[in-house]
Design a protein around this ligand. Structure first.
Ligand SMILES: [Zn+2]
Length: 765
């Protein structure tokens, strides 16, 4: 009979976990018939096929083709389109280009503030096909607008469409729009569609300089069918350097907005595998659902002022989609729970349901579990990186078998928990054991109420556990009924936290598996009345067995294949000043492709002056000296070099002598520029521009750029030790190198300057 109640409990738990994931995302239902006014996934995918055939980063041939395709599709719907061509500079990353934004407007009947629909059409240089990032956004807007217009219903607000350019180079299209377009002042709200992988649920992330309550209530008023959002995620998002186009609108124009972005299958992000085939169709449906519901609502609602002076906690919750309450409730809720806990302790001890000695004993397994599970998960991942060094070549930090590892680690941690509790607390009353975890959660919530109110919903598991404790203390139930009742009471806890156990390693990389481990210990602790067993230990054996099975599957899938390509890299770096040349690679492990250069003797470490910028600060892992090929570098013309008063004024024109994709300007010493202009556009609003050393400008050349003009003034005694790196992505097509191409189980490594010829030389000033 005891085993029966355990089995029922496990079935409930598995069901809730399934439910919590199913609620986050729609499922594809091909039999559902749709009409002219519905979003058609087939129409959307037709567009996707057209715009994700090849890489279409700024400066590539395909970039123009994709731009033309989008423009013609908008015109087919009756839009007048505008291409805004404007040089823009990112102030944080020193990146610049001349962006070409696609802009259109749908007039409203009674326009107040305008609603903006935003995504970007450029793909990441140089190998990403950009199907998810952000082709998924482009097609969501194109097909969503078609369906919206087909309804032929009047709407109040103007709708501005911005399919921005050069997002991947530093949010430059958005910057260009916000800095110079006259419509910026009319925008009341922005809906931005983005991707950081190729699957998984799409999360709603708010961007606001103010507080979130009005935005949140308006978002709920759009009645999304699958709102996936929580206030903890937003708190974390704010702390990461993952800015989106929307960030520019918020920071520079104080405009509020919603990001709808998916982050699953991160290993595809910015790679040649970000393809038509790999975009998860259900994820696309999820974007379509957000688009349709929010466009229907915000095209008619009042969006003139969505600011508020109150922040809300929010998280997905059974049956009601999102539970929300003000930050001001967070502390009183914790306090109330603390008091209730003390009252139940008092009753428990007086009624002889719990005893002080047993409570203290309960801390031992709980603390051991926290330390061991967290520590083992942290260390084991480090160990796996040593025995599978090829994982280091996946810079996203999430391997192809990452999901298998997540499951394996979950079972491993459960096995450890069952083992620890069996060894140290087998004879203890489960009610005694429940006290330590509740106490710990309460402390955690007191800290949260002071420092991270966004995760205020961590009080919900405490409330559920206090109900369980009350049942154990106040009612005289049989063990098996207690077990099932307590499992039922933990439904909200499981529903909220099961997705979080997965979300951390998916969102922040497998190095954060230890955070999931800590979550599992915390959840297990609160569910001890469901889990604790005195005699039978089959759950321990099963979790151990399943951990082994999943580690086995993950190990079996630890290699690369045509569907899970190995990222690799080769770069030629030429120093024109001392006439030396090297090959560099960012790879930790070699393969047939990299071995065509890296054989014989080569050195570990980077190449001088080749410190090209990359998202994860990846430097060359190995370098090998090679023949100097004397590839010509740009012509530098000094148009102006004059002294006025205490300052020296310089104007330079850089004219590339071959197809160049980007020009990187580095300084070897401290540099202070006054009135720095790139192609006649003022950097930093004309204010001083200073930096210690390193890159001070990366200019990405578009298809129409034949030269670049820089002008600036400096102090007379300013030493100018500038270096120019000229980068072209043509190493493989350049006949002088004669490199064998990659096989189908490989792809260019993303996030680094790759397949590139880099010509480095001093600027003689
Ligand atoms: Zn993107």
């Amino acid at each position: 009979m005891k085993r029966f109640s355990t089995i029922v409990s496990i079935l409930i738990i598995l069901g809730v976990i399934y439910w919590s994931f199913a609620d986050l995302k729609p499922t594809l239902n091909s039999s559902k018939s749709i009409t002219e006014t519905d979003f058609s996934i087939d129409n959307a995918l037709k567009h996707l096929k057209n715009i994700s055939k090849e890489a279409h980063y700024v400066g590539s041939k395909e970039h123009k083709k994709v731009q033309n395709y989008i423009v013609s599709e908008l015109q087919k719907m009756g839009f007048e389109t505008e291409i805004q061509t404007q040089t823009a500079i990112n102030k944080k990353w020193f990146a610049a280009t001349t962006a070409e934004n696609i802009i259109a407007k749908l007039k409203g009947t009674d326009p107040g503030k305008a609603l903006m629909l935003l995504t970007h059409y450029d793909s990441n240089p140089h190998s990403s096909l950009g199907a998810s990032d952000a082709g998924s956004g482009v097609i969501t807007i194109l097909e969503g607008l078609r369906a919206f217009i087909a309804k032929d219903e009047p709407h109040k607000n103007d709708i501005v469409v911005l399919i921005s350019d050069a997002e991947e180079l530093g949010l430059l299209g958005a910057q260009a729009f916000v800095d110079t377009h006259s419509w910026t002042k009319d925008i009341g709200l922005v809906l931005n569609f983005e991707a950081r992988g190729s699957g998984g649920p799409s999360y709603m992330l708010m961007e606001t300089n103010g507080k979130n309550s009005k935005l949140l209530s308006e978002f709920l008023a759009t009645k999304p069918n699958f709102p996936a959002a929580n206030s903890l995620m937003y708190a974390i998002y704010k702390k990461l350097p993952n800015d989106t186009d929307l960030t520019v609108f918020r920071e520079d124009a104080n405009i509020n907005g919603f990001n709808f972005a998916f982050i699953g299958d991160h290993f595809d992000y910015h790679t040649a595998q970000d393809s038509y085939e790999r975009l998860d169709r259900e994820t696309l449906l999820h974007q379509a659902d957000y688009f349709t519901t929010s466009l229907n609502y915000f095209s008619n609602s009042d969006i003139t002022d969505l600011n508020s002076d109150e922040d809300f906690v929010y998280v997905n919750f059974p049956f009601i989609k999102l539970i929300t309450y003000p930050f001001s409730w967070v502390f009183p809720m914790v306090l109330l729970c603390g008091i209730l806990f003390l009252v139940l302790l008092f009753f428990g001890i007086s009624l002889n349901k719990i005893d002080v000695k047993g409570i203290l004993k309960g801390f031992i397994p709980f603390l051991i579990s926290l330390i061991l599970c967290g520590g083992v998960s942290f260390g084991l991942w480090k160990f796996l990186l040593i025995i599978h060094p090829q994982y280091n070549d996946i810079l996203q930090g999430f391997t192809y078998n990452g999901y298998e590892y997540i499951v394996a680690f979950v079972f491993l941690n459960l096995w450890m928990l069952f083992t620890i509790y069996k060894r140290t607390a087998k004879e203890e009353k489960p009610t005694n054991l429940l006290i330590a975890p509740i106490f710990f959660w309460l402390i955690l919530n007191f800290i949260i109420s002071a420092y991270l109110k966004g995760s205020g919903f961590f009080i919900i598991p405490v409330i559920c556990a206090l109900f369980s404790l009350a049942i154990a203390v106040l009612l005289n139930l049989k063990d098996k009924s207690k077990r099932i009742l307590c499992t039922l009471l933990s439904i909200p806890t499981l529903y909220i936290f099961a997705p979080l156990v997965k979300m951390f390693p998916v969102g922040l990389g497998l190095k954060t598996l230890f955070i999931s481990a800590v979550f599992i210990v915390l959840l297990f602790g609160l569910m001890l009345l469901s889990f604790h067993q005195k005699k039978s230990f089959w759950t321990q054996k099963w979790t151990g067995f399943l951990a082994l099975v999943f580690f086995g599957i993950a190990t079996y899938n630890s290699g690369f294949s045509i569907d899970n390509k190995k990222p690799n890299s080769l770069v030629y770096v030429q120093n024109s000043d001392n006439e030396t040349a090297y090959f560099g690679t960012y790879n930790t492990t070699f393969d047939r492709y990299t071995k065509q250069i890296f054989k014989g003797d080569f050195t570990k470490g980077e190449i001088e002056n080749a410190e090209t910028k990359s998202k994860y600060n990846t430097r060359f892992k190995y370098a090998k000296k090679t023949n100097y090929k004397a590839i010509p570098s740009s012509k530098i013309t000094t148009e102006l070099d004059t002294v006025i008063g205490e300052k020296r004024f310089l104007e330079l024109t850089i004219t590339p002598q071959r197809k160049i994709n980007k020009l990187e300007f580095l300084t070897k010493n401290k540099l202070l520029l006054y009135q720095f202009k790139v192609n006649d556009v003022l950097v930093n609003n004309g204010k001083k521009y200073s930096l210690k050393n390193g890159t001070f400008l990366v200019y990405h050349l578009g298809n129409n750029d034949t030269e670049l003009t820089l002008s600036f003034s400096v102090d007379l005694d300013q030493k100018l030790a500038l270096i120019l790196n000229e980068v072209s992505y043509d190493l493989l097509s350049n006949k002088r190198f004669n490199l064998k191409p990659r096989t189908k189980d490989m792809m260019p490594m993303p996030f680094v300057t790759n397949d590139a010829i880099i010509i480095s030389k001093k600027l003689d000033l």
